[in-house]
Ligand binder design. Structure first.
Ligand code: CP
Ligand code: NVA
Length: 305
C-alpha cells in the first residue's frame, strides 16, 4: 500500500488515519513512548526544497523508534540521471519505506511501480496529500466537526489546492475554490471532486470571484502564488493574483469565527496580509505541527508489521 494521493483512500480510511493522528498527538504531548516502527528505516528523497516536510518526517520516524535518511537529488545519483526505477529497486533492498518530494506526479507513480516497499508522497506538482491530512485535522480540532463546515481556498489551483479539495470532499466538508481564470484546478481533478461530493453529500463551488467563494466561510485557506518549479512565472503571477489576496476586505465575507490556514512557507503582503496570517484567526502553526502527527499515522499504517 502506498500514500500517493487521497483519491486512493476511502472516507473511512481517512477518518481512521485522523483518529490515529489524534492518538499519536496525545502520546507525544504526554511523553508516552510509541515505538511502532522500532528498527525500521525510511528513505526520504528530496528533489525540491523543504523545511517542514523534512523535519517532521525525520523527527516522526525517530519518535516511532525508527530512523530516516535524507537523500537530495543534488548529491545522490538521481541528480546524475540514474533511472527512478533502478533507484526504487535498490532502495527497496535497504529500507522499509520511501518518501519522495518531486516534480511530475508520474515520477512518484514510476517509483511506486518499481518499489517493493511503501511509497509516500511528500509533494508532487499535482498533489500534497500529507499536507491535506494535516489541514483537515486542524479544521477538525478547531471546529469539532466536518459537517456543515465550509472551507474556502483562494489563489492558485495547485498541488495544495488539489489535495485540499479531495480531502474536504472525502470527509463531507463543503468546499469552494476561487482562482484567476486559467489557474483553476486540473479539469480531471474537478470531475473527481464533484463525484466524491455527490457521494459524501458535500457541496463544491468553483469560481473566479473570491468574494462569491468567501460567503459564509468557516475556513479560509491560501498558498503561494508561485509554486516550486514555476519560478519564471513569478512576475506575471504577482499581477494576475492581486485580487485574490486574503486581506481584511476579503475576510469580511467569511463567518466571524473563521480560521485561517496556509501550508507555509508564506509570502506576507502577497497572497495574505500580515495582519491576517499573524492575527488571532490564524492556525498556521497548529497546522504545521499536525504534519508531524498525521505523517506518523501514515507511516505506521503503511510500514508496521
Ligand atoms: N508545507 C510544506 O510542505 O512545507 P515545506 O516545503 O517546508 O516542507
Ligand atoms: N504549492 C507549493 C507548496 C509548498 C509546500 C509548492 O508546490 O511550492
Amino acid at each position: 500500500m502506498n500514500f500517493l494521493t487521497l483519491l486512493d483512500y476511502s472516507p473511512e480510511q481517512i477518518n481512521e488515519l485522523l483518529d490515529f493522528s489524534l492518538v499519536l498527538k496525545k502520546y507525544q504531548k504526554e511523553g508516552v513512548p510509541h515505538p511502532f516502527l522500532a528498527g525500521k528505516t525510511l528513505a526520504m528523497i528530496f528533489e525540491k526544497s523543504s523545511t517542514r516536510t523534512r523535519v517532521s518526517f525525520e523527527v516522526g520516524m525517530s519518535q516511532l523508534g525508527g530512523s530516516a535518511l535524507f537523500l537530495s537529488s543534488k548529491d545522490s545519483q538521481l541528480g546524475r540521471g540514474e533511472p527512478i526505477s533502478d533507484t526504487a529497486q535498490v532502495l527497496s533492498r535497504y529500507v522499509d519505506g520511501i518518501m519522495i518530494r518531486t516534480h511530475g506526479h508520474e515520477i512518484i507513480e514510476e517509483l511506486a511501480k518499481h518499489s517493493t516497499v511503501p511509497v509516500v508522497n511528500a509533494l508532487t506538482d499535482d498533489f500534497h496529500p500529507c499536507q491535506a491530512l494535516a489541514d483537515i485535522m486542524t479544521i477538525y480540532e478547531a471546529k469539532g466537526t466536518f459537517k456543515g463546515i465550509k472551507t474556502v481556498y483562494v489563489g492558485d489551483g495547485n498541488n495544495v489546492a488539489h489535495s485540499l479539495l479531495i480531502a474536504c470532499a472525502k470527509v463531507g466538508m463543503d468546499v469552494a475554490i476561487a482562482t484567476p481564470k486559467g489557474y483553476e484546478p486540473k479539469p480531471w481533478i474537478i470531475n473527481e471532486v464533484e463525484s466524491i461530493c455527490q457521494e459524501t453529500k458535500a457541496t463544491f463551488q468553483l469560481t473566479n470571484d473570491p468574494v462569491e467563494a468567501m460567503n459564509g466561510a468557516d475556513v479560509i485557506y491560501t498558498d503561494v502564488w508561485t509554486s516550486m518549479g514555476y519560478e519564471e512565472e513569478t512576475n506575471d503571477r504577482l499581477e494576475i493574483f492581486k485580487p485574490f489576496q486574503v486581506n481584511n476586505r476579503l475576510v469580511q465575507h467569511a463567518k466571524d469565527d473563521y480560521i485561517f490556514l496556509h501550508c507555509l512557507p508564506a509570502h506576507r503582503e502577497e497572497e495574505v496580509t500580515a495582519d491576517i496570517i499573524d492575527g488571532s484567526h490564524s492556525y498556521i502553526f497548529d497546522q504545521a505541527e499536525n504534519r508531524l502527527h498525521v505523517q506518523k499515522a501514515i507511516l505506521v499504517a503503511l510500514m508496521s508489521n
